[in-house]
Design a protein around this ligand. Structure first.
Ligand code: ZN
Ligand code: MN
Length: 442
């Protein structure tokens, strides 16, 4: 008796939002620009052009690596990764091979009950390629994206279901956004996922040893949303399991996800690492980071979302789910802590409720949020006479709904609450209104 055990590792590319490209001074903001309007001899790969690394891009990659718990060695270098494809004008991509910026990290996800950790194998910096545009039977090339800084994050094969992959990607996105180094928008291609997926068969009751892998793996490309990531993985697991159960071994290949059919389709058989003929980039000296430089970057890291949520739970006794939601966007978390400091720790859960339930617009100027929040707290003291009158008016004007309520229709009460709230122009608490209505009707 054997059971299928999915083995999934991730490769994630994130485009940095630096002003200029990775190895030249062209603008890296290519979105919506006229094709080939932001190019120069370096990013067009013309003979004799010399690449000069973007210092900010290197520093931001160090930030990402540190935030993902990686060790950042003091030495790092660039390598050439060769492959022949029209979107790569030099015939090679400047990337990193054996001395990446970061190694051996880990990222935790939590739902307040269970905490799961996933290992990060490496974080390195490289350049993006140009874009192929297929139009009227022709293939055109736009080099505006060529040499835009790209960070590659590679995990260990620590994922065994598509749900964990989705949650990890969401966590990675908020970490990167908190660092303020990339937009990390999957729909726009700022963040691209390539999972490699295979299925191992284990004996009933046997646990995976963490080092036995199937003889093949399938890489999936063209996934541009969290939802599609989950769908593509589930599709692929089902496809492979069916083949394996028929005694066949899935082909080692790269497949593309088709979002119209929700299926993956074969693209090409996978090249092995040695086909890339990696060798050190001779035009760029080895980078040596001083200890104090790396320490300074580490000191400048903001508190990360999930550790921050865990701290808010520990310090304020907040419900984890609320702390989690509030910390997904750094500015919202900052605003929340400012409000708690101003209005008192005893109100921390209530402030959280108002933010989570969108009672205040967290994107409004700070002074406006503070006064809106104060108004929400003042509501408790809504004039009882006014509230009583509103209740009586609304019940008088909605006789049929009142009858419905008296006949046991709970929905009817919700309608009446809404009407009273409206008449009170937001100057009453929903709980108070409900209580007043119940008292009146009963
Ligand atoms: Zn350029
Ligand atoms: Mn890459």
């Amino acid at each position: 008796m054997k059971y299928p055990y999915p083995i999934i590792g991730l490769e994630i590319h994130v485009e940095l939002k630096t002003k200029s490209k990775m190895f030249c001074q062209c603008s890296a903001d290519y979105f919506g620009k006229a094709p080939n309007s932001q190019v120069c001899p370096v990013c067009l790969g013309l003979p004799g052009a010399l690449p000069v690394p973007n210092k900010t891009a290197v520093e931001w990659t160090i930030r990402i690596a540190q935030a993902l718990g990686c060790t950042v060695p003091e030495r790092s270098k660039f390598d050439r990764k060769h492959y022949f494809y029209p979107d790569l004008p030099k015939g090679y991509q400047i990337s990193q091979y054996d001395e990446p910026i970061g190694i051996n990290g880990r990222v935790a996800i939590s739902d307040g009950i269970e905490r799961k950790e996933f290992r990060i194998r490496r974080v390195h910096i490289e350049e993006d390629t140009g874009k192929l545009i297929h139009k009227g039977g022709e293939t055109l090339i736009d080099f505006n994206r060529s040499s835009v800084p790209l960070v590659e994050i590679v995990t260990e094969a620590d994922f065994h279901n598509s749900g964990d992959v989705k949650r990890f990607l969401e966590e990675l996105q908020v970490i990167i956004r908190t660092l303020d180094v990339a937009n990390a928008d999957m729909e726009k291609g700022d963040m691209r996922l390539e999972p490699n997926i295979s299925v191992l068969y284990l004996e009933k009751g046997q646990k995976w040893d963490g080092k036995t892998f199937p003889k093949y793996k399938v890489e999936v490309k063209n996934i541009n949303s969290f939802r599609f990531a989950k769908m593509a993985i589930d599709y692929e697991l089902e496809r492979q399991t069916k083949l394996l159960e028929n005694g066949e071994t899935p082909v080692q290949e790269t497949r593309g996800f088709n979002e119209k059919t929700n299926a993956t389709v074969s693209q090409r058989t996978k090249e092995d690492a040695h086909d890339y003929r990696y060798f050190p980039e001779p035009d760029i000296p080895v980078m040596v980071f001083g200890k104090s430089y790396l320490e300074r970057i580490r000191q400048s890291l903001p508190e990360l979302p999930t550790p921050r949520a865990e701290r808010l739970v520990a310090e304020l006794g907040l419900r984890f789910q609320d702390a989690f939601l509030i910390t997904r966007v750094k500015s919202t978390a900052d605003l929340y802590e400012m409000l708690v400091a101003k209005m008192g720790k005893d109100k921390s859960q209530k402030i959280a409720n108002h933010i989570v339930n969108r009672k205040v617009d967290v994107t409004a100027p700070v002074e406006e949020v503070v006064s809106a929040m104060e108004a929400l707290f003042a509501e408790k003291n809504a004039d009882p006479a006014l509230l009583e009158k509103a209740v009586a008016d609304v019940c008088a004007a909605n006789g049929k709904v009142v009858t419905d309520y008296k006949n046991g229709k709970q929905q009817a009460l919700m309608f009446l609450v809404g009407q009273v709230m409206r008449q009170m122009r937001g100057q009453a608490d929903a709980a108070d209104v409900t209580a007043a209505l119940r008292k009146y009707l009963d």
